[in-house]
Design a protein around this ligand. Sequence first.
Ligand SMILES: Nc1ncnc2c1ncn2[C@@H]1O[C@H](COP(=O)(O)OP(=O)(O)O)[C@@H](O)[C@H]1O
Ligand SMILES: [Mg+2]
Length: 473
Amino acid sequence: MLAALEKKSRDEIESSFQISGKKGLEGTTFVATDPVTDHRYAIKLFSKTKSVAKLELEAEMQSKAAGLGVAPRVYYHSTTEKFIIMDALVETIVERGRREKWTKTPYDYQAMIYALCIRLDKAGIIQNDGNPLNLMVDKHGRLYIIDYGFAKEITPAVIKKRGPQPNINLTLWHFARHLKHYKHLGQNNLNDIVDKYLESNDYVDTALRDHGEKLLKDGMPSVADALPGGESKRQETISTPPPPKPLAMAAPPKPPAMERPERPQAPPPPNPPWKEPKPPAMERPLTPKPQPLSRAELRKWATQHRHMGINGNSKSVDIQRAMAAPPKPPAMERPERPQAPPPPNPPWKEPKPPAMERPQTPKPQPLSRAELRKWATQHRHMGINGNSKSVDIQRAMARHRHEEAAKIAMRAVGKFISSSKKNEPSKPKKKRSKATTPRRKNRKNRSIYRQFVKGDNSKEAMMARIETRRRGR
Ligand SMILES: Nc1ncnc2c1ncn2[C@@H]1O[C@H](COP(=O)(O)OP(=O)(O)O)[C@@H](O)[C@H]1O
Ligand SMILES: [Mg+2]
């Protein structure tokens, strides 16, 4: 069966097999069942335009994750027909939650998600797309993380930026925040873990991880066995032991794995992942809760803040975090200030009037909104975005104000200079020699080249031609 699947064209796949789930962003997944063994294969068929390099990277990253039992096993990938063949799973955690009428993510699933993220760190990759639709279960209820389209290798730079468990910082951060948007998955304690990790990179909830590992193993070799030393070393580095967790720490007699009673919900995490500005200890005011932004607003804000190096992709963690951070509402939402004072150190140089008679620079009047818009339209050629809310235009306006001020100052200085140097003859402008202008030179070279191409191209003939030209000049 597998050999036959590998040879299939895109059309054959589309016409022969059923779609699993929904059409994804990147492509569609089909499920094919082996008539002899009943084994189910999933074929993720990408769009025709998917780059070969990206497809290969995705297959490679998934294979690495599959090596540690995090992702379904990869059998084959076709760079011509653009698909990956892997083991099929049954349903996403979202579908299961809906079907079984969960009210929150069960403790067991939280434990497996956590343990899988820790395994990803060990596999040396960040999955980087913590969408709950990328959490799938097999027929035993064992969880897997699929979709390695955004996955990246864990490099020393990643460790430096995200700590020793980058998947807690990125992948789990995403899962934790997104699970609660699904009615049947509700709140979860993973947020709490991520927050503690962001506070101190040594943090590991050993009880939850061990419980997750137990559920995941399901007969397969343990991760700790596969990577001797890796596990115990991490545990030793825990400086602040996690606070006792009602069910996780005091292990009750074990009920069948998947029917374990759910852990009571922990109170909301005391420390958000972003640093709030610290008010004086005595009078700590209540931080007003930021209003969540709509998706459209998010995207708009991201686009406007590209210059800050913010990745505009609304899936990126940086942007999501930036959105969640309460200290400053995004610029576009800020109530309009009557007039922004000019920046203290303008990047352009204002002309310096003579020290003795420095004329007073009159403060330029702020431009009205209509004037702003007009100015923006007139300056489109400078690549200025005409949207009056955009950062470009705001900056350009500030610059404009300064230019106006500079002009007024120049005028004053000019009057002063012209009155003192009235009769001084102005220096004649130096004329640029025509022959040396790059354009002329270019033209000349081109004509010599053309002659070479057309005529006799022997070395002697060329030298003779160059000599004639030189003499002629
Ligand atoms: N191994 C699999 N077995 C069964 N269905 C799968 C499998 N992989 C993906 N799917 C289905 O395809 C959907 C999209 O897959 P995914 O890899 O997340 O694609 P995308 O990159 O487009 O998000 C999943 O939500 C799931 O329904
Ligand atoms: Mg996906």
